[in-house]
Design a protein around this ligand. Sequence first.
Ligand SMILES: NC(=O)c1ccc[n+]([C@@H]2O[C@H](COP(=O)([O-])OP(=O)(O)OC[C@H]3O[C@@H](n4cnc5c(N)ncnc54)[C@H](O)[C@@H]3O)[C@@H](O)[C@H]2O)c1
Ligand SMILES: O=C(O)C(=O)C[C@@H](O)[C@H](O)[C@H](O)COP(=O)(O)O
Ligand SMILES: [Zn+2]
Length: 374
Amino acid sequence: MTTAEPHETIRVGLEERAYDILIGANLLERAGEEIAARMPGARAAIVTDENVAAIHLKALEAGLAKAGIQSTAVVVPAGEQSKSFSVLQTVVDAILAARLERRDVVIALGGGVVGDLSGFAAGIIRRGMDFVQVPTSLLAQVDSSVGGKTGINTAHGKNLVGVFHQPKLVLADTSVLDTLPEREFRAGYAETVKYGLIDRPDFFEWLEANWREVFAGGPARARAIAVACQSKAEVVARDERETGDRALLNLGHTFGHALEATTGYDSARLVHGEGVAIGMALAHRFSARLNLASPDDAVRVEAHLTQVGLPTKLSDIPGELPDAEQLLAYITQDKKVSRGALTFILTRGIGQSFIAKDVPSSEVLTFLRDSLAR
Ligand SMILES: NC(=O)c1ccc[n+]([C@@H]2O[C@H](COP(=O)([O-])OP(=O)(O)OC[C@H]3O[C@@H](n4cnc5c(N)ncnc54)[C@H](O)[C@@H]3O)[C@@H](O)[C@H]2O)c1
Ligand SMILES: O=C(O)C(=O)C[C@@H](O)[C@H](O)[C@H](O)COP(=O)(O)O
Ligand SMILES: [Zn+2]
């Protein structure tokens, strides 16, 4: 028996695909009982990366074993470059070699890279295995573990190959964040701020006042994770496959993804959350330039991101960047492009983001040229 520690439960209301997100301390110990209760008799493949395996794999294996769940571990290199066809093939082969069945479970133990990669593997092996997310980075706890977007990157652009495949359960163990490197915590904080900037101005204001407590851990951190998960759960329940307002979750990503692709998914130069931070600052400046929002809002957003140590300008990225035309070439591969027209998430002010269709590429190009010169 384990002592049940208090945790928060958020439900993602997707009818037959509905699932719980559990948020709290020491959930790795409880993973076995939570999974066995929902997927009785399942065996497990734990997909993780080298960094997370060294610190947290044993605790998860022990948690599963306590509930009688047999597991096989598949360990991939850490970093964005693991979201590739070659690593996907390694993961798929290892899961098939372990002879797991469709109703066995793939468990993602790691950040968003492991979640996106192993969720994609789970979505295609035997046309869809059960899947559980055990997010270990802040970014994965506030964003990537929820909502069922999975996939890999290609030289043509970010996340261009993948499937929607919802998890059956998300276990966000807040204690594992204590071992997350500071730079990665900041990157996850960018996706946390995103929810305030989309449609929760009070949350943005709260973060401006309480970000130090969020970084320090404790109740403020758990609250920030819960607000983010609640926001994402509501959007995903309304629009699972991004035919409408789920696209708002892409705030900062149209620019950010182009920057990740153009830096070769090289984590030494830019990680996803940093790309999103720069992308959100650019989206606010672009909105001001198009006279949609006050320039003061862009200044305020940039000030907060800078205060916590996040990059906000193209010149904050180490190394050479290509010219505006090449950046635009990546932007035109974005999945929101429809019949050739660009879609951006723009804003009328803090917490007033909206989906802007048919944004002229000439405006984007001029804006990118100016931003590269800044
Ligand atoms: N599917 C979605 O909805 C969604 C949403 C947001 C982001 N993403 C994707 O998520 C990825 C970024 O995720 P990320 O920021 O978690 O990156 P990541 O998975 O690379 O993890 C960041 C780094 O932290 C390490 N790490 C993770 N947890 C740790 C822990 N507890 N202790 C010590 N080290 C730990 C990892 O090994 C890695 O080096 C991107 O590929 C992005 O596209 C997907
Ligand atoms: O869940 C979503 O929807 C998001 O857009 C969340 C983003 O933070 C995430 O980075 C997502 O992977 C981007 O989606 P994409 O469709 O632009 O690849
Ligand atoms: Zn993101």
